[in-house]
Structure formats: structure tokens, C-alpha cells
Design a protein around this ligand. Structure first.
Ligand SMILES: [Zn+2]
Length: 373
């Protein structure tokens, strides 16, 4: 932990939240310059979140403190990770600029992955790889990262990737001869500390931008480890090598598709035969067919039965009841069932679907209703 001192001017209780307010703080606030904020301790309390508001720093704590002076500690591992992700962002942004003249219009650092938005609606796979390669070359070259506090006029002469709109001194981050830009955040001292920069995903945003998701340092290693484990688990489940995994998955999907088509044909055939042998129950002037089974078994029954004069087909699924008929307005049946049995579902003219896991109550009521139709 990096130790320091902090003066708490006021402590506010907002529901469950305890907020310690200071004019100045060694804790870097969340979201400032697109970065993550610091965590650590103020006295005995843990810092859960840090916000900057109207020139004050708000520390969200897990325990109450009285206003006053305190020892504080900042979590160095988290700050190192922030520095790593942030410097990786400088390098990746500069790499896209060099490889394909793509500019970074915004940056966001997340707890798992970080993003840069590039000013192009799509970025070719080759460009992604080239930029990633170049970024990792800079990492492996162990370039010095220098922080310079210089006058704006001087900074203007340095051909910065990004020049801020500020008066007076400018804080400039220089990564060897590779990149120079203005920035107020945390950075590593040497690019070698980053270890690895990996692009993990892309997404088109706001119609004209491409969002690049990336990880760096320990996060990148952790991500690799997780994905590696996932691939190995998949290859165990699908009983093939990781190399053959894609082919195996494609073959299995193809097999499933073929079997589904065959099953569909069999369902139709089965329904045709069943429709010839099934006996209906006569209710009033109607013929009521009642089936129960799997969706595949019953899918085609209405096709072979619903056109028969004065026929009503009731299909009992494990979780719902369907009533299908071309001879009666199913909406009217549904309304009556809804009124009298308080059932849920919906209906069109030729098909009502009722949420229920037993048909007996509904069939009984249906018999009563049909006598009046
Ligand atoms: Zn920076």
C-alpha cells in the first residue's frame, strides 16, 4: 500500500452510503479522463468508490468516520493495473494511427476490458492484427515512458497526437520515439511492464465508429488463461483436439439440422396416421379430439384434423393447452375460459394458447361451453 495523509472536511450519510468529503485527495477519482479511480483505506475504512464533484473529492466508505486528519493507503496493485491499461491505450491508439491513419476519438477504461473508439465504421482484420503487432513490438522494445511538464507553445512544436485545450503548462507523456501526447493519468515507467496488449473484440458504434476492446498486462494473461481453459473444456466435452474443435462443432450442427428435418417428416407421418385412427368425443354438435404429448408428436395434428367439419382439436403440452379449430371462433372460447377459470394466455380466431400444466379442468369447462355454441 502507498501511504499518505488526507483531511476529511465532512462526512455525509446518504441512506446506506457513507461519503467522506475532502478538498484535496491522493485518491484518483473514478471516470476522470476516462480512467478508473483508486481504492484503498482512509483510517480504518475501506474506500469503495471515488467521485469528483464541484471541486470536491467524495470518498465512498464502508464504515463511518469523524471529520479530521487520517492516514490513508492507496492500493498499489490496482494503480499499477490502471497505469498498465492506460499506457497500453496510448500505444494502441498510436499504433492504429501509424498503421491505418485511424484516430482515437474516445477512450474508456473498464474493470475487465478497456475500449478505444476509432473514427471508422469498420476496421479490417488485417489492420487489427497489424496494429496489435506494432503495439506489442513497442511493449517488447521496453521504451521509456517520460512525463514532461512543459509550456503549451513548446508542446505545440512537439507534434502531439492530442493537444488539450488548456492554458499554461501541459503534461505530456512521451513513449520513446513512438508516441507523444498530452495526458493527466497514470502510466508505467517502461513499456516492458505492460507485458502484452491484446485486442479481444470490436463493435460498430454510433454508425460511424469502431469500438476496440482490449486488455493488457496481468489482465491479458488472465484472459488468455480463461479462454485456454474454456477451449480445453470444450474439446473434452466434444471429444476432439482444440485444433479440430471448429470442424467438430460445424459437423455436429449439420447433424442436428439433418436429424431435425428427419424428425419433422416423421412427425407429419405420425400425425397423419394418428388422425385416421383417433376417436373424437361428441360434444353438442362438435367433435372434440384430445391429444397429449411432445410438441413434435402433436405439431401436425391440426393440419390433418382441423378442416374436418365441426372439429375442435385440443393439444395438451406439458406447460400449455392449445385449442385449434376452423369451425368455431377460438377467441370466444378463450374469453369464456379466461372469465370462468381465470386462465392466462392468448388467442387468434383459429388457435387459443392457454398457460396450464393440467388439461382436466379446461376440458371439463370446454365441454360445458361447447354445448352452448
Ligand atoms: Zn495517459
Amino acid at each position: 500500500m502507498t501511504a499518505g495523509r488526507i483531511r476529511i472536511d465532512e462526512v455525509i450519510k446518504d441512506g446506506e452510503k457513507i461519503i467522506a468529503v475532502s478538498r484535496t485527495s491522493p485518491f484518483y477519482p473514478d471516470g476522470k479522463g476516462g480512467q478508473l479511480g483508486d481504492r484503498g483505506k482512509i483510517g480504518p475504512a475501506n474506500v469503495l468508490k471515488v467521485k469528483e464533484k464541484n471541486g470536491y473529492i467524495l470518498h465512498y466508505l464502508d464504515a463511518h468516520l469523524e471529520p479530521g486528519d487520517y492516514e490513508c493507503e492507496i492500493d498499489p496493485a490496482r494503480r499499477k493495473d490502471i497505469a498498465c491499461q492506460h499506457t497500453a491505450q496510448h500505444i494502441l491508439s498510436a499504433a492504429f494511427l501509424k498503421v491505418a491513419d485511424l484516430e482515437t476519438v474516445s477512450f474508456h477504461m473498464g474493470e475487465r476490458v478497456s475500449t478505444i473508439d476509432l473514427n471508422a465504421p469498420f476496421v479490417l482484420e488485417d489492420v487489427l492484427e497489424e496494429a496489435e503487432d506494432l503495439a506489442n513490438e513497442v511493449v517488447r522494445s521496453c521504451e521509456r515512458v517520460e512525463i514532461l511538464e512543459i509550456e503549451k507553445e513548446e508542446a505545440e512544436k512537439m507534434n502531439l497526437r492530442k493537444l488539450p485545450n488548456v492554458e499554461g503548462k501541459v503534461r505530456v507523456v512521451k513513449i520513446g520515439d513512438f508516441d507523444v501526447t498530452a495526458c493527466g493519468g497514470f502510466h508505467v515507467e517502461n513499456t516492458g511492464e505492460i507485458g502484452l496488449i491484446k485486442i479481444v473484440d470490436t463493435e460498430k458504434v454510433k454508425k460511424v465508429l469502431t469500438r476496440i476492446y482490449f486488455t493488457a498486462g496481468d489482465r491479458a494473461l488472465k484472459d488468455y488463461r480463461e479462454k485456454d481453459k474454456l477451449l480445453k473444456s470444450l474439446s473434452r466435452v466434444l471429444t476432439t483436439s482444440t485444433k479440430e474443435l471448429l470442424k467438430r462443432a460445424e459437423n455436429l450442427l449439420e447433424e442436428v439440422k439433418e436429424k431435425s428435418a428427419k424428425l419433422d417428416k416423421l412427425s407429419e407421418k405420425y400425425a397423419e396416421i394418428l388422425s385416421k385412427v383417433a376417436e373424437p368425443e361428441k360434444v353438442g354438435k362438435y367433435y372434440l379430439y384430445h391429444f397429449s404429448g411432445t410438441p413434435e408428436e402433436m405439431k401436425y395434428l391440426p393440419k390433418f384434423l382441423a378442416d374436418r367439419k365441426d372439429t375442435i382439436v385440443l393439444l395438451e403440452h406439458p406447460d400449455r393447452i392449445e385449442i385449434v379449430s376452423n369451425w368455431i371462433d377460438c377467441r370466444k372460447i378463450f374469453e369464456k375460459l379466461k372469465d370462468q377459470l381465470n386462465v392466462e394466455g392468448g388467442s387468434s380466431q383459429k388457435r387459443a394458447v392457454i398457460t396450464a400444466n393440467s388439461a382436466s379442468r379446461i376440458v371439463e369447462k370446454l365441454r360445458e361451453i361447447l354445448k352452448w355454441f
